[in-house]
Design a protein around this ligand. Structure first.
Ligand SMILES: *Cc1c(COP(=O)(O)O)cnc(C)c1O
Length: 457
């Protein structure tokens, strides 16, 4: 016991030391840090090595090769840092080591996840009787929602997919945006919807589904919409699209991996107008809510639709319809609702709104600063996402690579309307206004150096 506790104390000490330096460390590791990963090239030991040396190796050779995604100047993908309340709750959860499948396996998890479900529906203002499955990612939660959608659409048409299976299955049509996220396509592929079967809804200049060119819908259609396009952060026009879907009797699923949090903010809520009339929604905790990984939610208006699709009751493990194992892909699972509960409890509805508003305001400041420095900001910046270009693809890529090398910040590349661009996402609770100014100054300097270099040669 003494050595076990000493080991955890050592892990806590090392973790604290890492966090103490996380705002100052290089964002992407340097070559020395990457080279240090060779320390892990060991053979599988026949006789176990000590836990102490295992932890020491992980820290001494692993920590230097981390990307500082838990720091303030990581603007890549849509990656939030971990809020202390949630990160601390996870540490205690690890000590509990609960397999949070159903009440008898972990009463505490079942209770807190029920509270987290109802708080989540309240902060997002979605139908309060919806079911919430706490899963690992929007990918997995999207898969569960789309499985529920397919099963429900077929049941309505008189076909019991659970009994009869996919071979005799009547056609289910799926409409996706031209800008659909790749993980929705992955979920559809897993469910047996081939690429050539999908009906593509064209988008307008901002990347939102164009209502006038929406493919026809009927009662056997699943319409996939999105809140927060991954590059621009734009929202499909939910009100009119969902009205049309309801008229046709189609199922509407919304991928709101990060964008659904706009609903928690008074200033951004209008972007989500009408979204509460959809049938299912996915949203991540680990992106904009700043929970640790892996944390996301599948929300389904009809609780029985999700519970029917995800049921895993067995003679030895009968759970209620709202047991998490009957709402998610997993059977054995971590109580992923606990970090959500911890964030919502520690921020409150006001704090969540402030987090969203602050990042939107910082994104606008970043856009203004970059425009003034000579960059082109391609999107309207309605949320926390920027798509940015320099004069041409070569310059755009050169600035991005130089920024990464500087170690000061990190962001990824994308292509928008056939041209190279970079994407910046402001999603971390640690990002201060000073970090935004530092990012503007650095990018302005790098662009300036590129220009003076060009004139010199
Ligand atoms: C990140 C993202 C996803 C996938 O979420 P994961 O939690 O990474 O699986 C889906 N849709 C959008 C719009 C995203 O940004």
């Amino acid at each position: 016991m003494a050595t076990e506790l000493a080991l955890y104390a050592d892990a806590a000490r090392r973790g604290a030391a890492y966090l103490e330096g996380v705002s100052g460390r290089r964002v992407f590791p340097d070559q020395q840090g990457l080279d240090g990963l060779r320390a892990f090239d060991e053979g599988l030991p026949a006789f176990g090595l000590s836990p102490e040396s295992t932890l020491a190796l992980l820290d001494e050779s692993g920590s230097p090769a981390t990307v500082a995604t838990n720091g303030p100047r990581y603007f890549g993908f849509v990656v939030g840092a971990a809020l202390p309340a949630a990160a601390a709750a996870e540490r205690l959860m690890l000590a509990w080591d609960q397999g949070a499948a159903l009440h008898v396996a972990s009463p505490v998890s079942a209770r807190i996840e029920a509270v987290a479900s109802s708080w989540l529906l309240e902060v997002l203002d979605l139908p309060r009787s919806s079911a919430v499955g706490f899963g690992t990612s929007s990918t997995a939660c999207g898969l569960t929602c789309l499985a529920a959608a397919r099963r429900s659409v077929l049941l309505k048409a008189g076909f019991d997919l659970d009994v009869l299976g996919i071979a005799q299955c009547p056609e289910v049509k799926v409409v996706v945006s031209e800008k659909v996220h790749v993980t929705v396509l992955k979920a559809l592929r897993i469910l047996g919807f081939g690429r050539s079967q999908l009906l593509i809804a064209p988008v307008d200049g901002e990347g939102r589904i164009d209502l006038d060119r929406l493919p026809p819908l009927d009662a056997t259609t699943i319409l996939c919409l999105q809140a927060g396009e991954v590059n621009t952060g734009e929202f499909d026009p939910f009100g009119p699209l969902i009205a049309r879907a309801r008229e046709a009797g189609a199922w509407v699923h919304v991928d709101g991996a990060f964008g659904l949090w706009a609903r928690a903010s008074a200033t951004r809520r209008a972007l989500t107008e009408g979204i509460d009339l959809a049938d299912s929604w996915t949203v991540d905790g680990h992106k904009w809510l700043n929970t640790p990984y892996d944390c996301a939610m599948a929300i389904c208006r009809d609780p029985e639709a999700l519970a029917g699709a995800m049921n895993s009751d067995a003679a030895y493990a009968v759970g209620s319809a709202d047991a998490q194992k009957n709402l998610t892909l997993e059977f054995s699972r971590r109580a992923r609702g606990i970090p959500v509960w911890a964030v919502l409890r520690s921020l409150g509805t006001v704090g969540v709104a402030e987090l969203v508003d602050r990042h939107c305001r910082q994104a606008l400041r970043l856009a203004g600063g970059l425009r003034a420095a000579g960059f082109e900001v391609v999107n309207r910046v309605v949320l926390n996402q920027l798509v940015v270009r320099a004069a041409d693809d070569a310059q755009t890529n050169a600035v991005r690579i130089a920024a990464e090398r500087s170690g000061e910040l990190w962001f990824g590349s994308t292509s928008w309307n056939g041209r190279a661009a970079f994407r910046l996402s402001v999603s971390s609770w640690r990002t201060t206004d000073g970090d935004i100014e530092r990012a503007i100054e650095l990018l302005a300097k790098l662009l300036g150096e590129l220009h003076s270099h060009h004139t010199a040669v």
